[in-house]
Structures are given as structure tokens and as C-alpha cells.
Design a protein around this ligand. Structure first.
Ligand code: HEM
Length: 401
């Protein structure tokens, strides 16, 4: 990403990927938004976009801003990909049949059949924490839920999920940020998971009625190649677990530190849906990723060369006062947060949204119904990752209704 590249952007020396800025990115995000339509990150030699309108426009224009050259800083046109590209790092026409198959599998119709199983485990998990009263909302709640219900929905074996899936996702998402010491750390911590995940995705190890088997049915019908089916099942596992666990943890964190917001949910449980979307806006689990230009482009006066990388920060766009108003830095369960960019936008917009939403709605629906109050019971520990945002530990105390 370095070298003498010509540009006409305001230069910033700050590093959005430093430990300090990852722990609290919002002051820097505001300075980046206020500096102009985009900024030049000197340390990485790359243009960065943070304003809502700019980021949305980039994500929607997939013909100019490619994913197929990788959604991290590595340019696949010149450097080999870390592993075989799949749905996330492809462009049409390769992307289209993969997306069609995946969207069919994670359809609202298939989601309806999952609700009952999600509800059963939500009841069990909420029983457990109300019994314990003090618990870690990450390790004993947010991670537990998708590990069980999402793993079961895909149809992979239960043994080994906890040891492998979270580290696998953290490794995978590391590629969407700079290849620095933190990247090396997550790559090393995830190395042991590759065999387990490959094995779990193998057709013979999947249950016959899960989402994984449904993807393979598309290969049987000739809609996609068998190798593509294997890559798609793996994409479910690498994209669908950490993100959902972080989103559940972030929602719990937002609510536990704001008793008035919790009281509003208790009064009107229909707001649960809004509370979840607002938490996705307010603390976006997937903070930043890259695109590559397919041509030289004048983007709102910003000159971008052909085949060059740029980075977008949806986590910053979701706090843009220009879009969300002067209270963008407030968490408000009554806000209409729809249209946020936490799931991306355009043809790559998160295909797993229906399942992520179902998980959160069922779990928080149960929690709100049965919990009079929820509050912090110790200092939280932030999860420092170049792409993802959330907590490693979040001690909470609950009082049953
Ligand atoms: C709250 C949880 C989640 C968040 C915040 C999230 C976020 C995102 C974002 C921002 C993108 C777009 C990336 C880009 O444009 O380059 C994306 C794509 C994707 N997500 Fe999610 N995701 C979540 C849950 C899930 C789940 C549960 C699954 C699996 C069922 C999943 C599977 C995927 C896949 C396969 C793509 C690629 C889609 C494509 O390229 O067409 N995600 N996600």
C-alpha cells in the first residue's frame, strides 16, 4: 500500500489501527469525516472514506469499486490471495450464482423453520444467567448463542466449535485490515483451526437438513460447482459467527450501561428490533474493509488511480452527524437506525442478515421479557482487532423480573 502515489486528499498521520484508536475509534473517525470527502492515510499510503454518503456510494458502485481484487489491502491482481476467493471477494459474473445460491439458503422461508430451535436455547441461556445473576456477557452469553444455534443451523458437528470457530473468524477478518503485528497475532492464533473447519464443512460431516446441505443441493442441481459449494459453506462459518457474537455483546453492552434505555424496552418490547439495529449502527461489529478501483475515477473531486486500493469505514459512517443528526453519538432505542451500513450495502450486502437478526431478536426478546434490570458489574475488556469491534469480556449483573 505504500509508494509515491499522486493524490489530492488531506493527509492524516494518525493510525486508525493503533491500539488506542481501536479501543476508542470515534474521536479519530470524527476528525477524518470533518477533514474532507476522504483523507489520505499517510502510514498506509491509501485513501480512506468515512462519511456516510461517500461510503454508501462506493459500496453501491461495485463496477467501479471492485471486491474481486480482495477486500483487504492485498491486491489480488498483483499479489496472491491468502486462500481461494469466494463470495465476498468476487465480482459479477463469478459473484452472481454464488449470491443466488446463498440468498436462497438463508431465505426468510428457511429462517422460519429455525426460530423454534433458537427460542429453546434462548430460554435455556437466559435461565442460566438469571440463575447466576453475575456473568460474563461475552463468554457466557454472546458467544454461546451463535456457537450453538448457528452451528446447529449450518449442520456442523458440535464438538470443537468453541475452540475453532471464533479463532477462525478472527483470523479470516484479519485479512481485511493491514498486515501488521496484530494481523500476525490473529493469523497465528487461527492457524490450527483450518483443518477442523475444512473437515466440518465436508459434505459427509454435515447434517442432512442444515443450511450446509442446502448449499450442496445447489451444486447437485448444477447451479454452482462442487468446489464453490465447499467454499460457500466455509464462508457461512467464517463470516457468520464472530460478527453475530460481537453484535450480541455490543447490544448487551449498550443496554447495560443505559438503564433508561432498558426501561423503555421493558415498557415496550416491540422496540427490541430497533435496539438491535441501533446497536449495529452505534457499535458496528465490522468496522472497515477495502475496495479496488476498476478505472481511474474522479470521485467527488477526489482523484483515484486505476487499480488502486481504498479503505472504507462503515463504523465511522454509522456515526456521521450529516446522516444521523447531532445526537449521532447517542445510543437511542427509539431511533430509526434502518439504512445503517453495518451490514454493508449493494450486491455484497450481508447475505446472512436474516439469520443474524433472527438470533438477536429471539435472544433479546427473551432477555427483555424476563429481566427487570441489567448493569455492569466490573470493567469490560475491549477486543482489539483491525476489522472487528466488540468486547473480550463484559461482566454484567441481572435481576430477574
Ligand atoms: C451482526 C452480524 C453480521 C454483520 C455485522 C455482518 C456484516 C457484513 C458486512 C459488512 C458484509 C459486506 C462486506 C463487503 O461489502 O465487502 C457482509 C457480507 C457477508 N456476510 Fe455478513 N455480517 C453478519 C452476519 C452474518 C451471518 C450470520 C452470515 C452467515 C449466514 C454472514 C455471511 C456473510 C456473507 C456470506 C457475506 C458476503 C456476501 C456477498 O459478498 O455477497 N454474515 N456481512
Amino acid at each position: 500500500m505504500s509508494g509515491e502515489i499522486e493524490h489530492n486528499l488531506p493527509v492524516m498521520e494518525d493510525d486508525p489501527y493503533s491500539a488506542e484508536n481501536l479501543a476508542d475509534p470515534y474521536p479519530l473517525f470524527k476528525r477524518m469525516r470533518d477533514a474532507g470527502h476522504g483523507v489520505w492515510l499517510e502510514k498506509y499510503g491509501v485513501p480512506a472514506f468515512t462519511r456516510f454518503d461517500m461510503v454508501r456510494e462506493i459500496l453501491v458502485d461495485h463496477a467501479t469499486f471492485l471486491s474481486g481484487a480482495g477486500v483487504g489491502p492485498r491486491n489480488y491482481h498483483h499479489q496472491p490471495p491468502w486462500r481461494k476467493p469466494g463470495i465476498l471477494d468476487s465480482d459479477p459474473p463469478m459473484h452472481t450464482p454464488l449470491r443466488t445460491a446463498m440468498a436462497d439458503v438463508v431465505s426468510p422461508r428457511n429462517m422460519r423453520t429455525l426460530r423454534e430451535g433458537f427460542q429453546t436455547f434462548a430460554t435455556e441461556l437466559v435461565d442460566r444467567i438469571l440463575d447466576e445473576r453475575e456473568f460474563d456477557a461475552i463468554t457466557e452469553f454472546a458467544e454461546q448463542f451463535p456457537l450453538r444455534v448457528f452451528g446447529d443451523a449450518v449442520g456442523i458437528p458440535r464438538a470443537g466449535r468453541k475452540e475453532n470457530l471464533l479463532a477462525h473468524g478472527a483470523m479470516n477478518f484479519s485479512q481485511f485490515g493491514p498486515e501488521d503485528a496484530r494481523y500476525e497475532q490473529y493469523m497465528a492464533a487461527g492457524a490450527h483451526t483450518v483443518d477442523w473447519v475444512t473437515n466440518a464443512c465436508a459434505r459427509e460431516n454435515l447434517t442432512s437438513d442444515g443450511l450446509g446441505a442446502k448449499i450442496w443441493a445447489h451444486a447437485d442441481a448444477g447451479a454452482i460447482e462442487p468446489e464453490e459449494a465447499a467454499v460457500l459453506v466455509r464462508a457461512l462459518l467464517s463470516a457468520g459467527l464472530d460478527t453475530t457474537a460481537l453484535s450480541i455483546g455490543n447490544t448487551a453492552g449498550c443496554l447495560a450501561s443505559r438503564p433508561q434505555q432498558w426501561a423503555r424496552l421493558r415498557e415496550n418490547p416491540r422496540l427490541v428490533r430497533f435496539a438491535i439495529d441501533e446497536a449495529l449502527r452505534f457499535e458496528s461489529p465490522f468496522q472497515s474493509f477495502f475496495r479496488t478501483t476498476s478505472r481511474a475515477v474522479d470521485f467527488h473531486g477526489v482523484r483515484l488511480a486505476e487499480d488502486s486500493k481504498l479503505v472504507v469505514f462503515p463504523g465511522a459512517s454509522n456515526r456521521d452527524e450529516r446522516r444521523w443528526g447531532s445526537d449521532a453519538d447517542q445510543y437511542d432505542v427509539e431511533r430509526q437506525a434502518g439504512g445503517h451500513l453495518a451490514f454493508g450495502m449493494g450486491i455484497h450486502q450481508c447475505v446472512g442478515q436474516p439469520i443474524a437478526r433472527l438470533e438477536s431478536e429471539v435472544l433479546f426478546g427473551e432477555l427483555v421479557k424476563r429481566t427487570a434490570s441489567i448493569e455492569p458489574s466490573g470493567p469490560p475488556v475491549p477486543f482489539l482487532h483491525n476489522t472487528l469491534r466488540g468486547w473480550v469480556s463484559l461482566p454484567l449483573r441481572v435481576v430477574p423480573a
